[in-house]
Design a protein around this ligand. Structure first.
Ligand SMILES: *[C@@H]1O[C@H](CO)[C@@H](O)[C@H](O)[C@H]1NC(C)=O
Ligand SMILES: *[C@@H]1O[C@H](CO)[C@@H](O)[C@H](O)[C@H]1NC(C)=O
Length: 208
């Protein structure tokens, strides 16, 4: 009896645990500004970007909270007014991917101390706020934003984490072959019983 309870509890836990269902990734491909992004007093120009994801809004309020998550790039050294290619910025999410969202990207001057602070509005170089529709997949979507004396090219995609499947990264399925189930997973997170097993969790031995 306790064994049965334990096994159903484990089934429950393993099917409900959602540590993180996916990640939105964004790469800065290039950024140029005719307004020098170097401040006169500093010899090295240092810029970082902030990405903010929110629920889809008709009029996007660029201020926090970033309801779907936020992330900063590292500080990127630039020559006088251009940077190229950042490592992907990762915004993990724990919910069903909604498909539409508001995207806010800001370029900031780093403090001379090397701090990534978004307090001082004088350090804000540019900001874009846009609504996007994006389906889950490895392929990168590319976009360009022409701002006030600046140009930002960026790419983004959203991918499910391991064991999460489907259009919203919400179908959890982890292949197993033990007491609690004998199955692999299909693209949509459905369980596919290994040969000789049946039932919802493929725990019943089929006799032929
Ligand atoms: C565009 O940038 C210039 C110079 O930085 C500034 O004076 C002007 O107010 C900006 N315009 C807008 C719409 O932000
Ligand atoms: C599942 O486990 C059984 C027993 O350990 C093993 O014989 C079988 O090859 C495994 N099947 C798969 C597909 O891993």
């Amino acid at each position: 009896m306790s064994r049965l309870l334990l096994s159903s509890l484990l089934l429950f836990v393993s099917s409900q645990t959602a540590l993180s269902s996916g990640v939105f990734e964004l790469k800065i491909d290039s950024f140029t500004s005719s307004r020098s992004v170097c401040r006169p007093e500093s010899r090295v120009c240092q810029v970082f970007f902030r990405v903010c994801l929110k629920h889809s809004q008709d009029v996007i309020n660029p201020e926090p909270p970033c309801t779907y998550g936020t992330a900063l790039t590292d500080i990127l050294d630039t020559d006088s007014n251009a940077i190229s290619e950042s490592a992907p910025i990762r915004v993990p999410f724990l919910f069903k991917w909604p498909g539409t969202f508001s995207l806010i990207i800001e370029a900031w001057n780093a403090e001379s101390s090397g701090l990534e602070s978004t307090e001082n509005q004088n350090n804000l170089i540019s900001r874009l706020a846009t609504r996007r529709r994006l389906t889950v997949g490895e392929e990168w979507s590319q976009d360009v934003h022409f701002g006030n004396q600046s140009e930002l090219r960026y790419s983004y995609h959203v991918v499910c984490n391991e064991f999460y499947h489907g259009e919203a990264c919400s179908a959890y399925c982890r292949p197993r072959n033990d007491t609690f189930g004998h199955y692999t997973c299909d693209d949509r997170g459905g369980r596919r019983c290994l040969e000789g097993w049946s039932g919802e969790y493929c725990t019943f031995r089929e006799y032929s």
